[in-house]
Design a binder for this molecule. Structure first.
Ligand code: ATP
Length: 294
């Protein structure tokens, strides 16, 4: 099969929950959320190439933290798409993952890798699948995969799969900091004392930096108190971001990665250099969020 392109090189963006309210729990145990999420330019990278036989390899700073077998979400995504489309239309592929995002860290790295592989393989294999069909396959792999397929500023409700994109959302300067400790999402949700909180307030009419920052002040990440109790280093990451001049700092997802909000990309870069020099063993990345236009 001729895909027209020898190697497809793709970005798997980090997902940052700028705000995350836990609004209830379903009978099946899944938590309901109301979250404003953005996606950053910094992330993992995925390469896909038609090959004689299927292959999967991982490089990058966090390669040793992910499974190399069928438990990797990259392999699960490939197999789920092949199951859907049938073996005749899905010839062997070599997939290479550059794992730059810390694992089990609240930035949805595994979900984003899976989403990127679904999109990349659908193109490589020239499958006739629309966004809704891809999202359905994505949801079978994880609740956050559909939002990672969208990879635009959005409000996620339900278990995270009821998505509304937010038009005209600006690019934000962000510094991501992880103090080097994995946090189990299940453990954080189990430790919640309150699961029936109100949803997010309406977004400000004008989506400029200051209005967004003021809006963030009246929202929360409801997972942060429980995660900080389980992993006190999260509190340290937040104070380091504040001391480095972040206009606002909060934990993403179930942690332990925290983000600081900066008015410009340059200020964010300077803050990241400062934090890295004080904490050389931490994960620190200055980046910008993607806009609704990409
Ligand atoms: P979320 O914010 O959606 O909770 P997370 O950032 O906390 O996600 P991930 O980094 O996606 O968590 O990893 C969750 C689990 O999935 C880990 O225990 C890891 O072993 C497994 N996993 C499988 N494949 C991958 C992958 N490609 N990248 C990261 N983790 C993976």
């Amino acid at each position: 099969m001729d895909s027209g392109i020898t190697v497809r090189a793709l970005h798997a963006h980090a997902k940052i929950n700028l705000a995350l309210h836990v609004t209830g729990r379903r009978a099946d145990g899944y938590h309901m959320i109301d979250s404003l999420a953005v996606f950053t330019r910094f992330g993992d990278r995925v390469e896909i190439e038609l090959a004689d036989s299927d292959g999967f390899s991982v490089s990058g700073r966090y390669a040793s933290a992910v499974p190399l077998d069928g438990n990797n979400l990259v392999v699960k995504a490939r197999d789920a798409l092949r199951d859907q489309a049938g073996p005749r239309h899905t010839p062997p592929v070599a997939i290479r993952l550059e794992k730059n995002l810390p694992v089990a860290s609240g930035v949805g790295g595994g979900s984003s890798d899976a989403a990127t592989v679904l999109r990349g393989l659908a193109e490589t294999w020239r499958l006739d699948l629309d966004d809704a069909q891809l999202a359905r396959i994505g949801l079978s792999l994880g609740a956050d995969v559909p939002m990672c397929l969208a990879a635009k500023p959005l409000i996620a409700r339900g278990v995270g799969d009821d998505l509304s994109t937010v038009p005209r959302f600006p690019a934000l300067g962000l510094v991501l900091v992880n103090p080097g400790t994995a946090v189990s999402t299940a453990e954080v949700f189990n430790a919640l004392s309150d699961r029936d909180n109100e949803g997010l307030p309406p977004l400000p009419r004008s989506l400029d930096f200051h209005s967004i920052r003021n809006w963030l002040e009246i929202t929360r990440n409801d997972l942060e108190p429980a995660a900080r109790t389980i992993q006190p280093a999260i509190g340290k990451a937040l104070s380091v971001l504040n001391r480095a001049g972040a206009g606002f700092a909060r934990m993403s997802g179930s942690g332990a990665t925290c983000f600081g909000l900066f008015e410009t990309g340059n200020v964010a870069k300077r803050a990241a250099v400062d934090i890295r020099s004080r904490h050389p063993d931490w994960f620190v990345a200055a980046t910008r969020s993607m806009t609704s236009e990409g």
